[in-house]
Design a protein around this ligand. Structure first.
Ligand SMILES: Nc1ncnc2c1ncn2[C@@H]1O[C@H](COP(=O)(O)OP(=O)(O)OP(=O)(O)O)[C@@H](O)[C@H]1O
Ligand SMILES: O=P(O)(O)OC[C@H]1O[C@](O)(CO)[C@@H](O)[C@@H]1O
Ligand SMILES: [Mg+2]
Length: 491
């Protein structure tokens, strides 16, 4: 779908008449590779061909409003009561965002009252809105040193008008919603209800999810911390599998219907032989099926490491009547256990082939998302928090603050929930995964390039360090790459 400049404009509550505490500092600021001046915009696309296709003058190209402090603001800080809420699954960095919002509002804008609504948007119902806690710099000083969210989170739907009534009752005129696609959907509905009622309440979204399944952002915060943690589990399983006769290492990773955690965690540790993601269907049976590939691997190398995203292979589960038609309280489909299906079918297949599989299976599940933010995400969360506060104080609403092509920008909330961000089977990330594993994810000819020569893991070689049984690095040996000259590889 071609985006136009008007599709990317965010809503303003009105003119900004109050002097910003930043106006003096901003006076001399100009756009540079490291700063986008007020009024300038950040291009949606970043290649010559994509920009040329629009055949438009630069000022009319689709672009985002830059985030950041303004010279003039919409709200009188002395009359702002802010609200903060965290929704959906836990994610590293939630407390960092809360802390950043409270500090920025208090220290730089002098806002005196910030309410933390408890347990997700449930905290905004008439029944619960009085349970909100006062958020102060003292209260949040250390919270970034622990995972989760001090406010609690939840799933399940709430009535937008009831939540708006709560905001009015509590006097909130700037609400920060930290959530995933569900939370952004709720924030969009909230902003629409506020607009219908002609109220001056800014609703700013800080997109959050370990799944990285939100579009129009480089990455959702918490994703890097989550996949870094997931990579540790891949390393453990790889060590176990390599040390076991006919070792089968399987790690099932979160990510719902997107395979980003599986891809990045696999690339980070570079120990996976096969990566299975929801976006690339695969077959179990047949000469090109997963079972045949696993058997070949075990026979050639002695073990195999498989990383499977929890949303992969749901079609296989459905075919076997193993997929319950169930949803969680927010309406998210309940996933079938692809890890269990792999464990069972691989064990049966290898036993049938007169091998003696030793299965090492880890499903780290919540251990991947309950960690504290790593240094990267801590910084990212703090800067998103600053951008969120600047946006609200400047009277933006129905707006998400994101990093886009390394710049912080404002995205209209309806865009953030317009579709799911998925791994593109024809994109460079999946290509990197195929290159790193040396195998194509066994496909049914839908995605992936089954005609491309698959380079068996052991021979993908050039300076490839592969751990042999005792976990050491074996002697270098020359190996013949099919269709290429001898290259040095390590066994
Ligand atoms: N379709 C929807 N319409 C309106 N509100 C929704 C919708 N889906 C979810 N919400 C609201 O957003 C909250 C969080 O949604 P959900 O449980 O799907 O998690 P999320 O925000 O997507 O985060 P994550 O994906 O990281 O778990 C829900 O508790 C509910 O209040
Ligand atoms: O928190 P719940 O309801 O167990 O849901 C788990 C889901 O939440 C997420 O962690 C975030 O959406 C998904 O990766 C995972 O499938
Ligand atoms: Mg979600």
């Amino acid at each position: 779908m071609t985006m136009h400049l008007d599709d990317l404009r965010v809503r303003h509550l009105g003119e900004c008449h109050y002097d910003s505490p930043f106006s003096e500092m901003l006076a001399a600021k100009r756009t540079s590779p490291h700063y986008v001046a007020e009024g300038d915009r950040v291009l949606l696309e970043d290649t010559v061909s994509m920009l040329t296709e629009h055949d438009l003058p630069p000022a009319e190209l689709p672009s985002f409003e830059a985030a950041g402090p303004r010279r003039k603001i919409y709200f009188d800080p002395a009359r702002v009561t802010a609200g903060v809420v965290t929704c959906g699954g836990l994610c590293p960095g939630l407390n960092d965002v809360i802390r950043g919002i409270v500090q920025e509002l208090t220290v730089h804008y002098g806002v005196k009252r910030i309410l933390g609504f408890r347990n997700g948007l449930r905290g905004l119902t008439a029944e619960n809105c009085h349970d909100a806690e006062d958020l102060t710099p003292d209260r949040v000083r250390e919270i970034h040193n622990s995972g989760g969210t001090i406010l609690g989170s939840s799933r399940g739907g709430q009535d937008p008008d009831e939540m708006v009534d709560s905001l009015v009752l509590r006097g909130v005129n700037a609400l920060f919603v930290i959530g995933g696609d569900g939370g952004m959907r709720a924030a969009t509905n909230l902003a629409a209800a506020i607009r219908r009622r002609g109220l001056e309440i800014a609703v700013i979204g800080v997109p959050k999810t370990i799944d990285n399944d939100l579009p129009y952002t480089d990455q959702s915060f918490g994703f890097q911390s989550a996949f870094a943690q997931a990579a540790n589990f891949i390393a453990s399983v790889a060590t176990e599998a390599a040390a076991s006769p006919d070792g089968i290492g399987i790690v099932k990773l979160m990510g719902r219907h997107s395979g980003f955690i599986a891809c990045y965690a696999s690339l980070a540790r570079n120990a996976a032989d096969v990566v299975l993601i929801p976006e690339v269907p695969f077959a179990l049976e047949g000469p090109d099926g997963l079972l045949a590939r696993v058997e070949r691997h075990v026979r050639e190398k002695g073990f195999v490491v498989i990383v499977v995203a929890e949303g992969a292979g749901q079609d296989l589960l459905e075919e076997r009547g193993l997929l319950a038609d169930a949803t969680d309280p927010s309406g998210n489909a309940k996933l079938g256990d692809i890890g269990a299906l792999l464990r069972e079918t691989i064990t049966a297949h290898l036993t049938e082939a007169d091998l003696s599989p030793t299965v090492r299976y880890i499903d780290p599940s919540y251990a991947v998302r309950s960690v504290t933010a790593n240094a990267y995400d801590s910084v990212y969360c703090l800067r998103l928090a600053h951008a969120a506060v600047h946006a609200a104080m400047a009277g933006r609403t129905e707006t998400a603050v994101v990093r886009w092509r390394r710049r912080f920008v404002h995205v209209p909330m309806p865009l953030i929930i317009s579709h799911r961000n998925e791994v593109d089977p024809d994109g460079d990330l999946w290509m990197s995964v195929l290159e790193a594993t040396g195998y194509l994810a066994p496909t049914r000819g839908s995605h992936g390039r089954s005609d491309v020569k698959t380079v068996p893991h052991d021979y993908r070689g050039i300076c490839q360090l592969s751990h042999d049984r005792d976990g050491g690095v074996g002697e270098p040996r020359d190996v013949e790459l099919p269709g290429a000259g001898p290259v040095r590889s390590f066994r």
